[in-house]
Design a protein around this ligand. Sequence first.
Ligand code: HEC
Length: 163
Amino acid sequence: MRNIKIILVFVTITFYIACGGNNKKPASESSSADGTPTEKPADVNSYDPKRGEGKFNEQNVVLGATLNTAYAEVGEKAAGVKCTSCHKMTNERLVGPGWKGVTERRTPHWIMNFITNPDPMIDKDPELQAQLELCLVRMPNQSLADEEARNILEFMRKNDGVK
Ligand code: HEC
């Protein structure tokens, strides 16, 4: 009887350790799924959910106090070609989340980083992972040029009521 108890305790501890180890794996594997080295090692703990990951930051994405209507107009056309098959302008989900309020939920540089290079952020951003669970589709990389992304951002601001 005593032996059985000892074995049970041992087995329980082994399981506990095994599961603890497994939980950590996906995080470190996600960095180089295709074997190509990423710029930085995937340190999930250093991910900044306000900024995302990429070359855009508070300094190089500067918004005007008012809407740049020329940008917004070009952005609306680009979005019509590349984005609106999955995104509505309301807060209703189509394939991806609706865009209403997105410029209030996210910082401008987060949006720029995400839409120009969604993959590494989907792997790390807790809110994107939650959306992925709802949407069941990963947002594909639409190969946006920086300028195109900036125009679409301006269109999103217009959609959120910036004048
Ligand atoms: C094939 C469908 C699809 C297309 C096309 C698409 N997206 Fe997405 N998008 C998604 C999904 C799905 C998500 C939710 C995150 C995830 O699961 O990857 C998302 C999330 C987003 C978010 C974050 C929204 C939020 O509320 O946090 C933004 C911003 C965004 N997309 C912008 C764009 C832009 C800009 C384009 C066009 C250049 C575009 N998307 C094209 C499917 C798409």
